[in-house]
Design a protein around this ligand. Structure first.
Ligand code: PLP
Length: 408
């Protein structure tokens, strides 16, 4: 008789977004006349920019012609996109990254979940708390995280690094030494960023203890401050200790199109059983075996993000969301809330008033202001008493939501 994977069975149900959806639809059913504003969504709402649409149409037409038809894409990505990314995202910022160190994929979610496969089972991970849940859940599925404690919401074999207002939402170096360290800045959910000097401390630490940093740069396009790094490879020594995850989802609105990349430098290698092992080789092997490449038309769309027109249009799109973020952040502060993020990120993170739990504040906001956000406790125990609002709605809705919150 077959058995299901026990490691999967250990995962507690992910109730966050389904509970939110249930509560919102129950409230709407009871109050059909109320206009609910949703600032909980983590998905973009603006359409793809014209340069991307044009590239998509052109690539689709190529697929209709036997002379230009493309079948399977190279599993590590087309050269034209790897080159455009290496040039624009890395070398233009002074990061020493070669085209062949970029692996094109269908997005950062799958890469952030799959990257753990190239590490030995006995790997200890460190994560920020609160955190994007995929890092821990994917390691639980691989049998690495020990046992779940429903009381604390923590796994016994994971190092949690609290990020709260008290430490400026920047994790401190852990007292126990990890093997892999997941860092995401600008951060989801806290909306905070760290400076290049702060990230350099992590790179030096990882090189010293022999750990690998998995740096999730999904929100780098939202950075507005000069001292905030867009890539971990801006730090000295990162080539020997870091992997970076990139996404076109929030940067260019590709959440439905699907495109991302993982960057693994050739210098990231470990001495093992008398042999020097390059992680680049392992990830290439993984891609070759388990992935058949992002679609040609989507990679052409990705390339268009780096044209002059594409860059300008994407900047405008990000600017639209950041106008909302700034309005939400300042509106909350004016209303007396402690609010954070929103400067280098589309997320605003606020401390709940009157020491309400995150879920109490969710209910309060839904029933009194008809505004939906995301309870911070859903992202980890240190998210309790915090709440996330996103800038991905329309400007009009952001303004109206803030008017209602102010009136509470
Ligand atoms: N990483 C973080 C921190 C995210 O918040 C998200 C999406 O919300 C992703 C990765 C997923 O990105 P993608 O759409 O490229 O899979």
């Amino acid at each position: 008789m077959y058995r299901a994977n026990e490691d999967y069975l250990k995962l507690p149900g992910s109730y966050l977004f389904s509970t939110i959806a249930k509560k919102v639809s129950a409230f709407q059913a009871e109050n059909p006349d109320k206009k609910i504003i949703r600032l909980g969504i983590g998905d973009v709402t603006l359409p793809l920019c014209p340069a991307v649409i044009e590239a998509l149409h052109k690539a689709v037409d190529e697929q209709a012609d036997p002379a230009t038809f493309r079948g399977y894409a190279p599993d590590l990505g087309y050269e034209f996109l790897r080159h455009a990314m290496a040039e624009n995202d890395f070398r233009a910022r002074g990061c020493d990254i070669a085209d062949d160190e970029i692996f094109i994929s269908d997005g950062a979610k799958s890469d952030s979940a799959n990257i753990q496969e190239i590490f030995t089972k006995n790997t200890k991970l460190a994560v920020c708390d609160p955190v994007y849940p995929v890092y821990v859940d994917s390691n639980v599925m691989a049998g690495r995280c020990g046992d779940y404690d429903a009381e604390t919401g923590m796994w016994s074999n994971v190092i949690y690094m609290p990020c709260t207002a008290e430490n400026g939402f920047a994790p401190e170096l852990p007292s126990e030494t990890p093997d892999i360290i997941y860092l995401c800045f600008p951060n989801n959910p806290t909306g905070s960023a760290i400076t290049k000097d702060q990230l350099q401390v992590w790179v030096d630490y990882a090189n010293k203890v022999g750990a690998v940093i998995i740096f999730d740069a999904a929100y780098e396009a939202y950075i507005s401050e000069d001292n905030v790094p867009h890539s971990v490879f801006e730090c000295e020594g990162a080539r020997t200790c870091a992997i970076e995850l990139r996404s076109f989802s929030k940067n260019a609105g590709f959440t439905g199109l699907r495109l991302g990349a993982t960057i693994i430098p050739h210098d990231l290698k470990v001495k093992q059983d008398g042999e020097e092992v390059e992680l680049h080789r392992l990830w290439a092997r993984r891609h070759g075996t388990k992935y058949n490449g992002a679609p040609y038309i989507v990679q052409r769309a990705g390339e268009a993000c780096y044209s002059e027109a594409g860059k300008a249009q994407i900047k405008e799109m990000v600017g639209t969301y950041m106008k909302n973020a700034s309005y939400i952040l300042n509106g909350l502060k004016d209303a007396g809330y402690q609010a954070f993020g929103g400067v280098n990120s589309p997320y605003v993170w606020l401390r709940t008033p009157d020491n309400m739990t995150s879920w109490e504040f969710f209910d309060h906001l839904l029933t009194k202001a008809n505004v939906v956000g995301t309870p911070g406790s859903g992202f980890g125990p240190s998210g309790e008493h915090y709440f996330r609002l996103t800038a991905f709605g329309s400007y009009e809705n952001s303004v109206e939501a803030l008017d209602r919150i102010r009136a509470l």
